[in-house]
Write a new protein. Structure first.
Length: 310
């Protein structure tokens, strides 16, 4: 099955609803505590393993959609027009083409997080795009259906439709219709996630390419699915029992293992900078001094700190 067929299967005759004038939506970014790293299907963004994230409710993407009487789309990102020939615009336009007839859109995206710096901005972006389309065309899709559609834009986007802890079940089906996210647990009042910015610049290697190279060349990757299975159980248990030590230790170990699989790829993939390693050391030093603080890291040099508000 290709993306267009999946969209057809979900939307059916609704795809031809007439668009309304304008709509604005928000989707939060999400940080995986147990990571998604590796696709079993590259076209449909179907993952090798399940994953679990926490949404950052105050950080994400605001998207305003309107239909315009023009030949081409107009895209504005953080107040600046985006060249339609840029890779960012092309990826977005290809995604929009899955859903529309001949309409052209003006899309105003405001991201409260840096784009493509391993801060899951694409997750919030694509989730807000599907929410925006749903509102614009009045499809009234369920969150499950929105999650299935967001996944077609970017895998981790399927988790950006809820607040709280979100579980993406990998699913078994070839068409991916059972590969969507769901709310696992609404909140953990005292838990804090803080982005520790090392660099805001765009990542040198996309997560798509890095995942593929890891799967194809890293000897360590065969150990990843079992590692995720163990870590997922621990993290679920930690959330349900408010066991912060277990949560922090497991999330940190999961992220470090993911980066080890990349370092074992050929050629090796290294997202961390010297500053990243210095900050990790600082976290470990603090822990030795009795401060309960952990980190996780995605496909970029930045760290996300996990701690309790005390
Ligand atoms: O959804 P993508 O293609 O941006 O990949 C996300 C990969 C990680 O952020 C590293 C892990 C995750 O589960 O979010």
């Amino acid at each position: 099955m290709n993306k267009r067929e999946v969209v057809q299967a979900i939307l059916g005759s609704r795809i031809h609803h007439a668009p309304t004038i304008e709509t604005t939506v928000f989707a939060p970014t999400n940080i995986a505590l147990c990571k998604y790293w590796g696709k079993r299907d590259q076209e449909l963004n179907l993952p090798v393993t399940s994953s679990l994230s926490i949404s950052l409710d105050d950080k994400g993407a605001y998207t305003t959609f309107s239909v315009i009487e023009k030949e081409e789309d107009e895209i504005i990102l953080n107040d600046a027009p985006v060249l339609l020939s840029s890779s960012f615009a092309k990826r977005l336009i290809n995604f929009l083409n899955l859903f529309r007839n001949k309409e052209r859109f003006k899309i105003i995206l405001k991201s409260t997080i840096p784009i493509a710096a391993g801060l899951a901005s694409s997750a919030a972006g694509f989730a807000s795009i599907v929410k925006g389309l749903d509102a614009l065309y009045d499809w009234k899709l369920s969150l499950t259906e929105l999650s299935l559609l967001a996944r077609l834009g970017s895998g981790s986007a399927c988790r950006s439709l809820w607040s709280g802890f979100v579980l993406w079940n990998k699913g078994e089906r070839e068409d991916g219709m059972d590969s969507y996210a769901e709310l696992f647990h609404p909140h953990w009042e005292k838990l804090r996630v803080k982005i520790l910015m090392v660099s805001e610049s765009e990542k040198s290697l996309s997560s798509r390419e890095a995942m593929q190279r890891t799967i194809e060349t890293s000897k360590l990757y065969s150990k990843w699915p079992n590692k995720v299975q163990d870590d997922l159980e621990k993290i679920k248990h930690a959330i349900l029992t408010n066991d912060f030590k277990l949560l922090g230790e497991t999330a940190e170990s999961n992220a470090l293992f993911m980066h080890e699989t990349m370092k074992n790829a050929h050629p090796p993939i290294e997202y961390s900078s010297e500053k990243t390693y210095a900050l990790m050391q600082r976290v470990w030093d603090l822990r030795n001094q009795g401060v309960s603080i952990y980190f996780t890291q995605d496909a970029g040099p930045n760290l996300k700190l996990l701690y309790l508000d005390n």
